[in-house]
Design a protein around this ligand. Structure first.
Ligand SMILES: *Cc1c(COP(=O)(O)O)cnc(C)c1O
Length: 630
């Protein structure tokens, strides 16, 4: 019988590529995963990784595609332009990039330059972020929004930014910030431009639902807002108030929540505008989602709208409220971070080994002379198992395995019997898995079988460093092999990382209808096998931690050209020394200690003279080396 032939479209569908890729990735006719940073340009991810490996670079590596970022910036602006034209909206649109989502230089500089024609600005939430925003080359109209809690230094820096000619807006996050800003503005002789974050009663949807609503951490309520307006009126500074700001949380899964929040924010804007406050900007915050699983639903890893629908709904809602209230339509500002950056980065990780349930055939064949009855029972279950009795046999086997362990704990079972009993149980599950493969319906109690039998693919990376949200908030990133897609994957696996933490694993995967417990993978045979973790460009770069002292990973900044690609920059990941030093050690001290121990070992004749030099050399090599397996 000839093997069925699988088309690249089948493979793409298996991993959901057409659904989550937003057009930036596809499986080509030749069965290669490609990046398409802009229409007409494509490059094979496997080829990029293989070239890096051939050039002697180590994995894991982040592949960054600045062109993808630039395309996202254009898409967002074009979506708003289209909506503005469609609804005859009188205000404009100016995005700001909230830099906390990814402060990497290449990210910021790419967004700044791609966004220049659209007067895209930046949003800083801390002094350090403001410091790097101030150094960027932005369009003169581009906004620089200062959010977050502020001290005098933060405010001073922001006000100096205005002196430099930057369009800095200081967002008041709480009532007491007003006096601080007024005092320092007075000292410096600078006219401040203020935004006001309003605590909407509307809430988001998904995992960040609590960022909005009355209990929100940031923002002023209606009374405080009126207080600010009164105070500014007193000082004849009402025209300093330029922006109303709101933010109901990240990854809003449901478009209706966005409409409700924008409506409320616009009512606030319209009330103040009607009362004579010359507001210019309405900032609707972040929250524009990313469809990680491609299901287009309100599931937390998804969203039930597109960028165009987002822009259309925001513009329409604001326009409608303003028309009714007969107030000028403001410049719309959005702070979309996740949606701009998620797509530009792919983490490439190599599989280094596999740990599956090993079947020790000799154990299964040979019973101990005085075998315990419970093991004999398992043996019988194994022999009897068929399509008519599989549910019964499965339940009996589960019960027997539990008895097996209890007997062992109480000292009634030999280690050999325990090993044989477990091996037989494993063999029953495998036989069962094969039996039920073709069944149209699998009983609930057997659904976990796939998970139990899944191979553990050991991958050279750290979940905590590279995709911390997988661990912290159960984010589901699309994952698929970059290699061997010409063959149909025949195994089911979960991924484990190389940290010593049992949480360092991935055992939940995207699915259009549900969440999968295993990922279809190819049989690992020791040859290079690379996996790609996609949509990791938002938040992961900065939230990552050095658990087990696995440091920042290598990264390649790649430009896709007609007919090829070029690595514009290769940034080496952190060396072990750097991580050790971060913990308060010094290289000198470490070396001195090793040298002293080595010479003492030499004296005690535990080490030969030439070994001392070798040992110290090995030690230094590792201190200066990559923290991952090489
Ligand atoms: C984090 C944050 C954002 C970014 O939100 P995304 O959902 O990533 O677009 C925007 N505005 C504020 C105030 C934030 O704190």
């Amino acid at each position: 019988m000839s093997k069925p032939r699988y088309l690249p479209t089948d493979v793409a569908e298996l991993y959901g590529v057409p659904h989550w890729s937003s057009g930036f990735f596809r499986v080509s006719e030749r069965g290669e995963v490609q990046v398409i940073p802009e229409p007409g340009l494509s490059a094979s991810l496997a080829q990029i990784v293989e070239e890096l490996v051939q050039a002697g670079e180590s994995l894991p590596v982040i592949l960054r595609f600045p062109q993808v970022l630039a395309t996202r910036v254009r898409q967002l602006n074009e979506a708003f332009r289209t909506a503005i034209t469609e609804y005859g909206y009188q205000g404009g649109y100016q995005g700001v990039f909230p830099v906390k989502v990814n402060q990497r230089r290449v990210v910021l500089e790419t967004i700044a330059s791609a966004g220049f024609p659209f007067a895209t600005g930046l949003e800083a939430g801390s002094k350090a972020e403001l410091a790097l925003c101030l150094a960027q080359d932005l369009h003169p109209d581009a906004l620089l929004c200062c959010n977050g809690f502020k001290d005098d230094g933060f405010v001073r820096l922001a006000l100096y930014g205005r002196q430099l000619g930057k369009n800095v807006v200081i967002t008041l996050e709480k009532f007491s910030e007003l006096e601080r800003v007024l005092r320092i503005a007075d000292q410096l002789g600078v006219r401040p431009v203020l935004g006001l974050r309003f605590k909407l009663h509307a809430r988001g949807s998904g995992q960040w639902e609590d960022s909005g609503g009355d209990g929100a951490k940031f923002g002023l309520n209606a009374a405080e807002m009126l207080g600010v307006v009164e105070r500014l009126k007193q000082l004849d500074l009402l025209d300093a108030l330029a922006m109303i700001h709101c933010h109901i949380g990240s990854q809003i899964t449901d478009i209706r929540k966005i409409k409700v929040a924008v409506r409320e924010a616009t009512q606030v804007y319209a009330s103040l505008a009607a009362a004579g406050v010359p507001l210019r900007y309405l900032n609707v915050g972040g929250g524009l989602g990313v469809d990680y699983d491609g299901s287009k639903t309100t599931f937390y890893a998804s969203m039930n709208y597109s960028i165009s629908e987002y822009a259309a709904d925001v513009v329409y809602t604001i326009s409608e409220v303003c028309k009714k209230a007969d107030v000028p339509e403001p410049i719309i500002v959005s702070e979309s971070g996740r949606a701009l950056t998620a797509y530009h980065a792919v983490l490439a990780i190599p599989v280094v080994d596999i740990a599956g349930p090993t079947l020790f055939q000799p154990l299964i064949r040979e019973a101990a002379p005085d075998q315990h009855q419970i093991v004999t029972d398992l043996e019988q279950l194994h022999d009897e198992l068929n399509l008519r009795n599989y549910r019964e046999v499965y339940n009996d086997a589960v019960a027997d395995k539990e008895t097996l362990h209890n007997l062992f704990d109480l000292g009634y079972l030999s280690l050999y019997d325990r090993a044989r009993g477990e091996a037989l149980y494993g063999a029953i599950l495998q036989k069962l898995a094969k039996l039920i493969q073709g069944l149209p319906y699998v009983p609930d109690e057997l659904e976990d079988l796939e998970k139990v039998l899944a191979d553990k693919y050991i991958c050279n990376f750290s979940v905590f460093q590279s995709i911390p949200d997988t661990w912290a908030i159960q984010t589901l990133f699309p994952i698929m092999p970059l290699s061997r897609l010409q063959q149909w994957p025949t195994r089911q696996g979960i991924l484990v990382d190389i940290t010593c933490d049992s949480d360092g694993k991935i055992d939940k995967f995207i699915d259009l209808r549900d969440v999968r417990n295993t990922l279809p993978l190819h049989e690992y045979d020791g040859r290079p096998y690379y996996l790609g973790i996609f949509l990791t460009g938002a938040y992961q770069d900065v939230l990552g931690s050095a658990h087990n002292l696995f440091g920042r990973v290598n990264e390649a900044h790649i430009e896709v050209l007609p007919g090829g690609h070029r690595v514009n920059l290769f940034v080496r990941g952190q060396k072990a020394r750097k991580l050790i030093e971060n913990m308060g050690y010094e290289e000198k001290m470490l070396k001195a200690s090793l040298r002293a121990q080595a010479s003492s070992a030499l004296k005690r004749e535990k080490l030969a003279e030439h070994q001392v030099a070798e040992l110290l050399e090995t030690y230094m090599d590792e201190l200066l080396g990559y923290t991952y397996l090489e």
